[in-house]
Write a protein that binds this ligand. Structure first.
Ligand code: RB5
Length: 164
């Protein structure tokens, strides 16, 4: 079965997203979450959130988000519980990010990286698998614990605000 990949970009990443789509569409089950037309006034949080939610819900196994720098996309994606997103513009980080950190979303900056290197980074990311080694599982457990605690604290803050 083909690995499913959710793909998204704002206007800054629009052209690179379409190029990446063409390069991976035969080998992967690609879910293109937009932008579907170029709109210089669109906002990266909308597309980054759609991709992150698709991955967090299990609709897609991996995600790729592209904006101008990749930074905004990464900030948004990591707000969604269960997401481990990173900006990688080299193949070593993209591969090791999956093998060690179970990276599930790759962020790219279309104003920084060209299509050939981007395609190699995407290939490294999509071909890599989490190693499952004990030390990496232990570290991922710690990340989960931090995420759970932050969610609890934020719930408590909202609850306290409502009581005021
Ligand atoms: C849009 O102009 C640009 O700010 C956005 O694509 C991205 O680079 C944000 O991090």
């Amino acid at each position: 079965m083909k690995l499913s990949v959710a793909l998204g970009a704002d206007h800054g990443g629009f052209t690179l997203k379409n190029d990446i789509f063409k390069r991976i569409q035969n080998a992967y089950e690609v879910l293109d979450l937009g932008a579907h037309t170029f709109d210089s006034a669109d906002d990266y949080p909308d597309f980054a959130c759609a991709v992150a939610q698709a991955v967090a819900s299990g609709k897609a196994e991996r995600g790729i988000i592209i904006c101008g720098s990749g930074v905004g996309a990464c900030i948004v994606a990591n707000k969604i519980p269960g997401i481990r997103a990173s900006l990688c513009h080299d193949t070593y980080s993209a591969r090791q990010g999956v093998e060690h950190d179970n990276l599930n979303i790759l962020c790219l900056g279309a104003r920084i990286i060209g299509i050939e290197l981007a395609a190699e980074v995407v290939a490294a990311f999509l071909e890599a698998r989490f190693s499952g080694e004990e030390r990496h599982c232990r570290r991922l457990e710690k990340i989960l614990a931090i995420e759970r605690q932050a969610l609890q604290e934020s719930k408590k803050r909202s609850h306290d605000e409502l009581q005021r």
